[in-house]
Design a protein around this ligand. Structure first.
Ligand SMILES: Nc1ncnc2c1ncn2[C@@H]1O[C@H](COP(=O)(O)OP(=O)(O)OP(=O)(O)O)[C@@H](O)[C@H]1O
Length: 233
């Protein structure tokens, strides 16, 4: 159920490049418990909007607020550690899966969090992998396995908001459902922690499965949306 606790508020975001307006006054209010699917044609601005929400892209106009406050430059690193963007193509890291998952905890911004191997082993069980998966060479993983690691890497940091940019676009149905299961488990567990997610998808069935509300991006405008009446809202 959606709680009326505002986590992130994007207000009238504008992004121009040359004479093109790539984002045209796009606004979104994300509250605790929200599961948003973002759909729209290729090139409509979904990734740009998501990356802007994560403060990974500059904006020409508009504001992004976090828990009721406009984000100052000094707060941006902390914001990005709590509002985490997962790319559609998982990065290629060196080392074992465990080393890759451990690395974010070495960053100053995540120092208050602790690497939890047992937690990871339990999550891996959800997706049919044993603890030995942690010993695998990350660079030898399949695309689907890499995407699972990318999601685990984000989720283990207990984000407030997870921004998923077509995380299963290159995966088969089985692997896609595993990624969905991981995210769904995280959302279920984190209900008391005030969390929300936005999931960009080209797959309408997936958008329905993962969300309680669907927004549509059209030529940089975040307009119509379909409210889904579901138990999970
Ligand atoms: N940094 C940038 N500079 C210039 N143009 C950009 C930049 N980022 C994105 N664009 C353009 O903005 C438009 C929207 O791109 P975006 O990647 O957000 O689309 P999308 O809706 O996510 O598409 P897809 O579903 O194919 O991933 C595209 O025309 C893209 O070329």
């Amino acid at each position: 159920m959606t709680l009326d606790i505002e986590l992130v508020h994007a207000s009238l975001l504008v992004r121009r490049v040359g004479d093109q307006t790539l984002l045209n006054q796009a606004s979104l209010r994300l509250c605790a418990g929200d599961r948003v699917a973002l759909v729209g044609n290729s090139g409509s601005g979904k990734s740009l909007f998501l990356r802007s929400l994560a403060m990974l892209e500059p904006i020409d106009d508009g504001q992004i607020g976090w828990r009721g406050h406009v984000i100052a430059p000094a707060t941006a690193p902390r914001y990005r550690s709590r509002v985490i963007y997962v790319h559609q193509q998982a990065a290629d890291y060196g080392g074992t899966v465990e080393q890759v998952l451990h690395r974010p905890f070495e960053l100053a911004v995540h120092r208050e969090r602790q690497f939890d191997r047992d937690w990871l082993v339990a999550r891996l069980e959800t997706v049919g992998r044993s603890a030995s998966f942690l010993e695998k060479d990350h660079q030898r993983l399949s695309g689907g396995e890499r995407q699972l690691v990318a999601c685990l890497r984000a989720i283990q940091l207990q984000p407030e908001v997870l921004l998923l940019d077509e995380p299963t676009a290159a995966l088969d149905q089985t692997a896609a459902l595993q990624v969905e299961a991981l995210v769904s488990q995280w959302l279920g567990e984190s209900q008391g922690h005030e969390s929300a997610m936005v999931w960009v998808s080209h797959d309408h069935d997936q958008a329905v499965r993962v969300s309680n509300v669907i927004y549509q991006m059209q030529a940089g405008e975040l307009g119509t949306f379909t409210e889904q009446v579901k138990e999970k809202r």
